[in-house]
Design a protein around this ligand. Structure first.
Ligand code: TRH
Length: 361
C-alpha cells in the first residue's frame, strides 16, 4: 500500500528488539522493501537478502525460497504463511499469529486461543492495553532515553532541523490520513490566542495542508506549519518527545505517542463498515477512565471530531487545549502503567509455555 507503514513498522520494531535485546537469530520476511527503507534508510530495497541492525531481512517473493523453518514462527496480521514453508513445519515449531491492536473487551478472551491449521497448531497472540493481553512493544530503556532527550537533546533536535522554536509556541506534530476536519482545525489554530507550530512529516495529509495555504507560504495568523521529511523510526520518536501534542494514526505511531507521555490525538485507520468506531470508543473508555469528567469529555469530543463525527472543531479544540495540563499528567501515568506489560517478553514466555505444553501432551 502507498504510505501505510503500520504493519512493517510493528514487524521491524519487534524483529530488532528480539534480535538486539534477547540475542535471538531473527529473520524478517518483507514483501515491500521500499516501505522498510523509509523506516530504516540503511535497508536496501534492491537486495533480496541483507543484514540490517542485527536482523536478517529477506524479500518475500511469490516463489518463496526453500528455507528451514525457525523454532518460533511469528505470522503477523494474518499475512498467511506460504504453503511451501508450512509444509516444512512440524512439531518442533511454535507458530504464533500476532494480531492487530485493539482495546476491545473480546481481545482478552481471544488472546492465546488456539487457531489450529491441521496438521499444525497455531496460536493467537493479541497485543493490548490490559494485563490479560499480550501488552505493547516497548524497547528496554526507552523511557530513560526519552527523559535524557528531554533534558539534553531537545535543542540539538531542533537545530538538526534548522529550526528555532520560541518557548511560547505550542509544538504540535501532525501525522494523519486525509481528514475533513483539517481546514477547520487550521482555522481555529490560525485565529486562536496561542502561537502554534505544526510539524507535518511528509505523507498523506500533505496535499491538504498545501491546499489550505494555497501556495502563500506556510503561515496564517498564529499558525505556522513546517513540513518535515519522513524520518527513520528512532527520529520519529524524537519528534513525538519534542512536541507538546501529537496527532498520530494507525497502530504503531499511536503506541509511540503513548510512550512519549504527551497529550495525543488518534486518527484511527478507517474501515469501510465503520467498525473502527467501536475500537476508538473502547480505547477512549480505558484511557478516560481515570480522568475527571471535564477533561475526559474534552478528550473524547476532540478525538471524535478528528475522526469525522462532523461536530464543531473550534469548540472541541478549545476544550481540548484547556484540558492540556490534566491530559499531560494522565499521559505520563498511563505510559508508566502500560510499560509493565511488555509484548516481547510475553511473547517469548508464551513460546516456552507452548513448548512445555507440547512436551506433556
Ligand atoms: O502507516 P499507518 O497508517 O499504518 C496503518 C495501520 O497500522 C493499520 O492498522 C493498518 O491496517 C494499515 O496501516 C494498513 O500508521 P502507523 O501504524 O502509525 O505506522 C506508521 C509507521 O511509520 C510507524 O512505525 C512510525 C513510522 N514513522 C516513521 O518512521 N517516520 C515518520 O516520519 C513517521 C511520520 C512515521
Amino acid at each position: 500500500m502507498v504510505d501505510n507503514y503500520g504493519d512493517i513498522g510493528v514487524c521491524w520494531r519487534l524483529a530488532r528488539q528480539l534480535a538486539n535485546e534477547f540475542g535471538l537469530s531473527v529473520r524478517l520476511w518483507v514483501d515491500d522493501l521500499r516501505s522498510l527503507s523509509m523506516l530504516c534508510p540503511e535497508a536496501d530495497a534492491a537486495l533480496d537478502i541483507q543484514r540490517c541492525r542485527g536482523v536478517e531481512v529477506r524479500l518475500w517473493e511469490k516463489a518463496f525460497p526453500e528455507v528451514d523453518p525457525s523454532d518460533l514462527v511469528i505470522e503477523t496480521f494474518s499475512c498467511m504463511l506460504p504453503e511451501s514453508y508450512m509444509a516444512r513445519m512440524g512439531a518442533s515449531q511454535v507458530w504464533i499469529n500476532l494480531e492487530y491492536l485493539s482495546a476491545e473487551g473480546w481481545v482478552e478472551g481471544c488472546h492465546k486461543l488456539p487457531s489450529p491449521r491441521p496438521p499444525l497448531d497455531r496460536h493467537f497472540f493479541f497485543p493490548g492495553f490490559t494485563r490479560k493481553t499480550g501488552g505493547l512493544i516497548l524497547e528496554e530503556g526507552l523511557f530513560a532515553k526519552r527523559d535524557a532527550f528531554l533534558k539534553e537533546g531537545i535543542g540539538g533536535f531542533w537545530r538538526s532541523l534548522q529550526m528555532d522554536v520560541p518557548p511560547d509556541t505550542l509544538k504540535v506534530s501532525l501525522f494523519a490520513y486525509e481528514n475533513a476536519a483539517l481546514f477547520e482545525l487550521f482555522d481555529a489554530w490560525a485565529n486562536g490566542f496561542q502561537k502554534i507550530l505544526c510539524l507535518v512529516p511528509e505523507g498523506r495529509i500533505l496535499p491538504q495542508v498545501m491546499s489550505y495555504f494555497a501556495g502563500e507560504g506556510f503561515s496564517r495568523g498564529n499558525l505556522q506549519v513546517a513540513v518535515l521529511p519522513f524520518f527513520e523510526q528512532e527520529k520519529y520518536d524524537e519528534l513525538l518527545w519534542a512536541s507538546d501534542i501529537n496527532f498520530v494514526r494507525g497502530e504503531d505511531s499511536f503506541v509511540r505517542a503513548q510512550w512519549a507521555g504527551k497529550p495525543f490525538v488518534w486518527q484511527i485507520y478507517p474501515q469501510q463498515d465503520g467498525v473502527h468506531w467501536d475500537k476508538l470508543e473502547a480505547f477512549l473508555n480505558l484511557y478516560c477512565g481515570r480522568l475527571s469528567r471535564p477533561e475526559a469529555n474534552a478528550l473524547r469530543n476532540f478525538w471524535e471530531v478528528w475522526n469525522g463525527n462532523g461536530h464543531s472543531v473550534v469548540h472541541a479544540w478549545s476544550e481540548f487545549l484547556s484540558a492540556r495540563a490534566e491530559l499531560e499528567r494522565r499521559a505520563m501515568v498511563w505510559a508508566d502503567e502500560l510499560s509493565e506489560n511488555n509484548l516481547a517478553l510475553n511473547l517469548l514466555d508464551y513460546f516456552q509455555e507452548v513448548g512445555t505444553m507440547r512436551a506433556f501432551k
